[in-house]
Design a protein around this ligand. Structure first.
Ligand SMILES: NC(=O)c1ccc[n+]([C@@H]2O[C@H](COP(=O)([O-])OP(=O)(O)OC[C@H]3O[C@@H](n4cnc5c(N)ncnc54)[C@H](OP(=O)(O)O)[C@@H]3O)[C@@H](O)[C@H]2O)c1
Length: 303
């Protein structure tokens, strides 16, 4: 008798992004999953996957992708993530972050797929973080506004959905631009001076933890908003010092600076970060220790 395993059909959109790549790597050898990947580039950064190029702002492309693959779960890790450029490239940021999410929600709803969408602590103003899932958003930059609008679009679309808010992603990314840890390690190794803000607080999130949270959402079919973040609520400066200490690099190359001294186009939420009690209780979420996460990065990237 043939034992047919019914595989979960998983569509990962934005599969070439920092988070997208880790989600793909999490499922690539999972026999219980039939995975399809899609992202903006003509080729997949991770070889050997079923891949299509997609522009999520184009409704007909999203329709083709979703209706042809007929997924059980659609993960949207694609986004316009350049916070400063969003202030001037407003139309592009809106088209990708809001219209893109709307398109994915619409066709996921059409086939009754469950959509998992990512958002950010930048939906908050950073006056009194860390924030829980029920705190009232009040974005202070255009990127934050697009991400809040994306959440609202997904929620009103009627699709079964999970919105995962997260902040300050880091982890072992092999392709594309380096994550924050890699950037700090590379800069300090080259003995470059780096200026890091002391007044932006958050809980840096290890992308492997996010990928595990996605897997729990799929396993338990949990809907609603969930915060996913790390254990440590720290300033960007302290985070950078801890990276330097772990990788035995010269901390004196790190100069403390205030956000106001950087004159960035987009205002940043300062006292931010995301409380993860709901995810711990309902998803069994357990963030990895900072040191353990650095060890994983060192061994995976041979740093
Ligand atoms: N990184 C963080 O610290 C952070 C913090 C909080 C929340 N988040 C959220 O987490 C999610 C993943 O972020 P990430 O850091 O992995 O972002 P990322 O590395 O910038 O990845 C986003 C991916 O989406 C692709 N993309 C952009 N426009 C597209 C389009 N029109 N159609 C299809 N794909 C498109 C990008 O391609 P190109 O590179 O070619 O543009 C990129 O591969 C996002 O929703 C983001 O808002 C991230």
């Amino acid at each position: 008798m043939n034992n047919h395993i019914i595989k979960t059909r998983l569509l990962v959109i934005g599969s070439n992004g920092m988070l997208g790549q880790r989600i793909v790597e999490r499922y690539i050898n999972d026999d219980s999953v039939e995975m399809k990947c899609a992202s903006a580039e003509p080729e997949s950064f991770i070889p050997g996957v079923n891949y299509s190029q997609i522009d999520i702002s184009q409704k007909y492309q999203v329709r083709e992708l979703i209706l042809n693959f007929f997924p059980d779960f659609v993960i949207n890790a694609a986004a316009y993530t350049n916070v400063d450029k969003s202030e001037t490239e407003k139309e592009t940021a809106w088209k990708i972050n809001v219209n893109g999410a709307e398109n994915i929600a619409l066709y996921s709803w059409t086939i009754d797929a469950h959509m998992i969408h990512f958002s950010t602590d930048y939906v908050f103003d950073g006056k009194n973080g860390p924030y829980s899932e029920i705190d009232k958003p009040n974005p202070i930059c255009y990127y934050g506004r697009t991400k809040l609008a994306s959440e609202n679009s997904v929620r009103v679309s009627g699709v079964r959905s999970t919105i995962i808010r997260t902040n300050i992603l880091y982890g072992p990314v092999r392709n594309g631009r380096p994550d924050f840890v890699r950037w700090v390690v590379d800069s300090l190794t080259k003995e470059e001076n780096i200026k890091i803000v002391t007044d932006q607080i958050g809980n840096p999130t290890f992308i492997d933890d996010l990928a595990e949270a996605v897997s729990s959402v799929i396993k338990f079919k949990k809907e609603g908003i969930f915060n996913i973040g790390g254990r440590n609520f720290i300033s960007r400066y302290t985070f950078t010092e801890l990276i330097a200490e772990f990788f035995n690099l010269d901390k004196k190359l790190i100069t403390p600076i205030l956000t106001s001294e950087l004159y960035q186009p987009a205002p940043r939420p300062l006292k931010s970060g995301l409380l993860t009690l709901k995810a711990e209780t309902e998803l069994g979420y357990k963030p990895t220790d900072l040191t353990a996460s650095f060890e994983i990065i060192r061994s995976r990237l041979s740093l």
